[in-house]
Design a protein around this ligand. Structure first.
Ligand SMILES: C[S@@+](CC[C@H](N)C(=O)[O-])C[C@H]1O[C@@H](n2cnc3c(N)ncnc32)[C@H](O)[C@@H]1O
Length: 160
């Protein structure tokens, strides 16, 4: 069965490069990491949420829609990246989360071995860009999409 993604979620997936591991923080329904796994963009795909309910939905969706047996797909109950080893080389997606929460999750990001970040805070995008600048993180791509009567900026970020 084919998983249907909104234009915004499609764009998030499109902005991801291949990486051994791709992590989606605040996964909710898990549509993004399941699609990434099905496309074979990573060997390990980790879907994180800090609440059990969304992870159960993600697990249900994975049972129905995940069709790439070569990929290790894991769901993880974690506050941000807390339970993820800092040395893992990875691409990290954090979208659909408010500004303050996003900054909290990213507070130790420079200690992590990430290849790229795909970031889309719900709010305060200009302030968020200043926050990234203060962390010496560089925006290499920005796309804006209008969905549900709202503009969403999606940023691709690397270490400077
Ligand atoms: C609005 S949904 C966004 C879903 C998806 N990422 C998207 O862009 O559509 C936000 C999800 O993030 C989870 N969440 C919020 N704060 C979190 C945190 N600090 N760590 C992990 N998950 C978090 C919530 O439980 C919720 O499932």
């Amino acid at each position: 069965m084919k998983l249907k993604l909104s234009k915004r979620l499609e764009l998030i997936v499109k902005m991801c490069d291949c990486s051994d591991t791709i992590i989606d923080v605040g996964t909710d329904h898990g549509k993004v990491p399941i699609t990434i796994a099905n496309l074979g963009l990573a060997k390990n795909v980790i879907a994180i949420d800090n609440k059990k309910g969304p992870l159960e939905t993600c697990d249900k969706n994975a049972k129905i829609f995940l069709n790439n047996k070569d990929v290790l797909f894991t769901t993880l109950l974690s506050e941000g990246l807390e339970k993820v080893d800092k040395d893992i080389e990875c691409g990290i997606i954090i979208t659909g989360i408010g500004y303050d929460n996003m900054c909290e999750i990213l507070s130790d990001i420079n200690e992590r071995n990430f290849k790229y970040l795909i970031l889309s805070p719900h709010s305060k995008i200009d302030k968020f860009k200043e926050f990234l600048n203060d962390l010496n993180l560089k925006i290499i791509e920005e796309n804006t999409i209008f969905e549900d009567k709202k503009n969403y900026s999606i940023l691709k970020v690397i270490k400077e």
